[in-house]
Design a binder for this molecule. Sequence first.
Ligand code: RB5
Length: 154
Amino acid sequence: MIALGCDHGGINLKTAIIEYLKKNNIEYKDFGCYTEDAVDYPIYAYKVAKAVADGEFESGILCCGTGIGISIAANKVKGIRAAVVSNEFGAEMTRRHNNANVLCMGGRVTSAEDAVKYADIFINTPFSADEERHIRRVQMLKDLENGCFADEWL
Ligand code: RB5
């Protein structure tokens, strides 16, 4: 099940993604916003990120004007690996290599058609769970989140 959120700058992309999810019988919950009135993106980033981090949703999709602000906010929530994506390769690699659990896109930089393509790739691409180097690096991200790093990193 996918958690969706956006601000006014990304509502066009969220609407297109909802249409895609419905067509493909993929369950989702829309955490807002629901109109084009200006809102503060950290609120929607938090709602979706918290729901994903708590394990209620497999992954999340967040859209704002650029995808940047909403990804920065989502990444403040422990357990979240949110990635701003603006091409098909990025959508695939952030799943395969980073095990990203939140996809972020920008309604002022990405067309609705492309956003649906990236969402489809993101949803259908698995993490490379049999490749030790990616497991190790994602673990390092988790360690960093807990303030843990090795002396050799300094
Ligand atoms: C809102 O105008 C805009 O700042 C927001 O959608 C996003 O692009 C922030 O990163």
